[in-house]
Design a protein around this ligand. Structure first.
Ligand SMILES: Nc1nc2c(ncn2[C@@H]2O[C@H](COP(=O)(O)OP(=O)(O)OP(=O)(O)O)[C@@H](O)[C@H]2O)c(=O)[nH]1
Ligand SMILES: [Mg+2]
Length: 308
């Protein structure tokens, strides 16, 4: 088993690096990865996501599954060297789950590809569910989680935390809410805030019309409530399957991935074309005032359209 894990780890490294090998791996893992349940876990920095995920995968293992975790580390000054700490903490709780960190640094937009690619490798290797932990701060991170089959948003008690999550766009993507650190004062207020916001989104039609996200109170330090989180996640998966919405989610995922890939390819092509002799002449003319910027743009668009 550890040998297999090393192989999986190597595949993940190749996917993270991107390029031709990553493409080949994507081809190979595509068909085999479709059955695994992809669960996104997001929330503010320090909300207790990793602690909760560790409990959740332990619960999942005890239910007979083989979970894997992709922890996306934003590599921000906020968390510093949290990756290792996370891994140690998670490993203390569940020694059988496969846990892998993906650092944001050095990905320059490629994160949006490395994560679904990594999830596919894990799924094709027989892991199910695949849990993706991301900090819900930037749009990319939120998008990645929204590209999961089931998204869990973790909030904590505290002044207006649920409101903050709402502002960050996290509430819209939630299928399950976890009020983590429920051992702390104010947890019931947070729950009420969430209920209110859910109520409002129903009234205004923003929420999902036929699935109402549940709210689970959790203490990840002792594990209270985590079995309920697992049950809610499974209920959501069942709902996706019999409502036919699983396919719709997968389509959304594909759209997101295609858009990311197209963006990367476009940027690369743009760089190449801007450096071509034809464009160098056009740029000269615009700089010298003998051509307008609009004419320059037309020339650029024409070159872009002609590329293979
Ligand atoms: N009181 C209390 N503390 C908790 C609970 N869950 C996590 N913590 C603590 O909160 C801190 C942050 O936990 P993490 O699991 O690292 O949080 P995270 O959301 O993964 O953090 P980042 O990945 O850095 O965004 C740690 O000190 C945990 O021990 C809980 O349910 N109750
Ligand atoms: Mg974490």
């Amino acid at each position: 088993m550890t040998g297999d894990r090393r192989a999986v780890g190597r595949l993940l490294s190749l996917v993270e690096r991107g390029g031709a090998e990553a493409e080949q791996i994507a081809e190979l893992t595509h068909a085999a990865s479709r059955d695994a349940h992809v669960i996104g876990i997001t929330g503010a920095p320090g909300a207790g996501k990793s602690t909760m995920v560790a409990r959740l995968v332990a619960e999942s293992t005890s239910r007979g599954n083989s979970p894997a975790v992709l922890a996306v580390d934003p590599s921000s000054p906020l968390t510093g060297g949290a990756i290792l700490g996370d891994r140690v903490r998670m490993a203390e709780i569940d020694t059988t789950a496969f846990i892998r960190s993906v650092a944001t640094r050095g990905h320059a937009g490629g994160l949006a590809l490395a994560v679904p690619g990594g999830a596919r490798v894990l799924a094709a290797s027989g892991f199910d569910p695949v849990v993706i932990e991301t900090v819900g701060v930037g749009q990319v991170e939120v998008d990645i989680t929204a590209a999961a089959d089931t998204t869990v948003v973790v909030v904590t008690p505290g002044m207006g935390d649920a409101v903050q999550a709402n502002k960050a766009g996290l509430l819209e993507v939630a299928d399950v809410f976890v009020v983590n650190k429920a051992d702390r004062p104010g947890a019931d207020d947070t729950r009420r805030d969430l209920e209110l916001m859910l109520e409002l989104s129903h009234v205004t039609g923003q929420g999902n019309a036929d699935f109402r996200p549940s709210i689970v109170m959790v203490n990840s330090l002792d594990g209270t409530g985590v079995d309920e989180v697992a049950a809610r996640i499974e209920a959501h998966r069942a709902y996706l399957e019999h409502s036919g919405r699983l396919h719709a989610r997968r389509c959304r995922r594909v759209r997101f991935e295609l858009a990311s890939r197209a963006g990367l390819r476009f940027e690369r092509d743009l760089e190449t074309i801007l450096g071509s002799p034809t464009m160098a002449a056009v740029i000269d003319d615009v700089a010298a005032g003998t051509a307008t910027p609009a004419a320059g743009l037309d020339a650029l668009a024409a070159s872009l359209a002609e590329r293979p």
